[in-house]
Design a protein around this ligand. Structure first.
Ligand SMILES: Nc1ncnc2c1ncn2[C@@H]1O[C@H](COP(=O)(O)OP(=O)(O)O)[C@@H](O)[C@H]1O
Ligand SMILES: O=P(O)(O)OC[C@H](O)CO
Length: 504
């Protein structure tokens, strides 16, 4: 049977998707389902891993049924996922010992502060490319080992496995307790704070300091692996489909946007915003609060690195206005509400709900709305919320230009928020560079399909993939410098107000 399609599982913070693409990178069929966000305490964010696994199976089956294809027509499957989110499960039963602790969760704040106080900040930064933060997997895993009954004992006996979402899904897809492969890709590994970023191996000194048994950790593989991670063993498929690769979702978007050259960057606007700049096979260390991360590794080729600016809350703020303040019914309503006022009316909203990530890395920050007067209304709050996304992106780009000496000429964008025209225009205005949206905005899934397709030689080169990329829309700057500077100055003042609030 002709292998016409490549499949991508995109397991994101809010939903799980399966998309099949043709060999020119065009999406052919898609299924998507949201999962529960669990907030047991302020600052805690969890997902149910079993729900995520059930949703993954559902979307795969749904796409195959709706398109009426045979699974044997899928040449290879790639996985892309919300990164850092941590799961520990029983190797013999597949049962998670605890919910997935999500990347946004701040329960490990005290552990972070202790390591920083003990002088480990530079040590971790040099080894892993990351600042010590609640964001990464290491302290979440340590929390599970120390707080969930029996996990430590089972880990010492070799019965407890750790994984980020890619690893958990690969293990289940390839058979789970019956021979499932315990594998992660190098980009996901680079988000754990346990990987030595130069050697691309688990760092035994870090494991010792954090008291994490090496035996729990998965094998690290290239993002696109001609040796394949394994084959699907799913009773509802009449075919074993190769699993050719995996990438963290932000790295996948970089690949999907075909940012293969040094200096190319993309920004993905989803729950949070993640700006990645390709720095090539040279590892660039940040002096301005950015992360050094693995961008991708294709087979035996050298790894590519990226500088990353991670912003915790952007689209999540729109959801918060919908679910908590209830000033909109659905996310897309925010644009009309924000357009009901001519400007922000002096209102600035810093959504530091999980502290501030790049470039500030302040766990003590909390959300603030400033500049309120009796004039302010729902429209101003909506506008301030959208502008916060653009201002946070500017914070990150300023840091990136400083670290890399690369001046951004154009920003490629993708993700769920880029349908918002008001936001895209304001982004271009506040950065003073063109903002470009490609035709396929499902770049995360597209990137996963590329690594899967490269592994089985359905795709043969980066040049071939570049040809699939096409412009949908470009926004060009249309704001005078004075206005831009004034707006941004006030944003920075709002940032200052958000600091030192966590313990009050
Ligand atoms: N028209 C819109 N304007 C602004 N934000 C939007 C709009 N539509 C969706 N969003 C936001 O985009 C996010 C979803 O984007 P998506 O890329 O699917 O996220 P993720 O991959 O993080 O789950 C949600 O947080 C949602 O609130
Ligand atoms: O699932 P997303 O798109 O919100 O991305 C989450 C990031 O991978 C977190 O680092």
């Amino acid at each position: 049977m002709e292998k016409k399609f490549v499949g991508a599982i995109d397991q994101g913070t809010t939903s799980t998707r399966f998309i099949i693409f043709d060999r020119f990178g065009n999406p052919v069929e898609k299924s998507q389902i949201e999962h529960k966000q669990i907030f047991p305490k302020p600052g805690w964010v969890e997902h149910d891993p079993v729900e995520i696994w059930e949703n993954t199976k559902f979307v795969i089956r749904d796409v195959i049924e709706r398109k009426g294809i045979s699974p044997c027509e899928i040449a290879s499957i790639g996985i892309t996922n919300q990164r850092e989110t941590t799961i520990v499960w029983d190797k013999n039963t597949g049962k998670p010992f605890y919910n997935a602790i999500v990347w946004q969760d701040t329960r490990t704040k005290d552990g972070v502060e202790k390591l920083i106080k003990d002088g480990f900040d530079d040590w971790f930064r040099i080894k892993t490319g990351l600042p010590i933060s609640t964001y990464f997997s290491a302290l979440k895993l340590k929390w599970i080992l120390e707080n969930v009954s029996f996990v430590k004992e089972e880990a010492n006996k070799g019965n407890a496995l750790f994984g980020t979402i890619d690893t958990y899904l690969i293990w289940l897809l390839t058979g789970g307790p019956n021979g499932g492969k315990h594998i992660t890709d190098v980009t996901n590994a680079s988000r754990t704070m346990l990987l030595n970023i130069e050697k691309l191996e688990w760092d035994e000194e870090i494991l010792k300091i954090l008291d994490i048994p090496l035996g729990m950790l998965p094998e690290i593989r290239p993002s696109s692996d001609p040796n394949l991670y394994g084959f699907t063993k799913l009773d509802f498929l009449n075919c074993e489909i190769p699993i050719g690769g995996a990438l963290g979702d932000q790295q996948a978007a970089l690949v999907g946007q075909t940012c293969f050259a040094v200096g190319e960057a993309k920004n993905t606007y989803g729950t949070g915003c993640f700006l990645l700049l390709n720095t090539g096979s040279n590892l660039v260390r940040s002096r301005s609060g950015l992360l050094t991360t693995v961008a991708y590794k294709f087979g035996k080729n050298p790894p590519y690195y990226a500088l990353e600016g991670s912003i915790a809350i952007t689209g999540a703020l729109v959801q918060w206005l919908r679910d908590n303040l209830k000033i909109i019914n659905k996310s897309s309503d925010i644009e009309e509400l924000a357009r009901s006022v001519p400007d922000n009316g002096g209102v600035y909203f810093v959504p530091a709900f999980s502290g501030l990530f790049a470039p500030y890395w302040r766990t003590d920050a909390r959300g603030v709305i400033i500049g309120l007067t009796r004039y302010a209304n729902r429209g101003h709050i909506a506008r301030a919320a959208l502008e916060a996304t653009a201002f946070q992106t500017k914070d990150v780009i300023d840091a990136m230009e400083h670290d890399s000496n690369i001046k951004l000429e154009v920003l490629k964008v993708d993700g769920g928020m880029v349908v918002n025209e008001l936001l895209m225009q304001f982004q271009s205005d506040i950065l003073s560079v063109p903002v470009v949206r490609p035709k396929v905005i499902e770049t995360t899934a597209l990137g996963a399909s590329y690594v899967a397709g490269l592994a089985v030689k359905l795709f043969t080169s980066e040049e071939e993939l570049r040809k699939n990329w096409a412009v949908d829309k470009i926004w060009t700057p249309n704001m005078d410098e004075n206005t831009r500077n004034n707006l941004y100055k006030r944003w920075l003042r709002a940032i200052e107000k958000s600091l030192n609030l966590a313990d009050e």
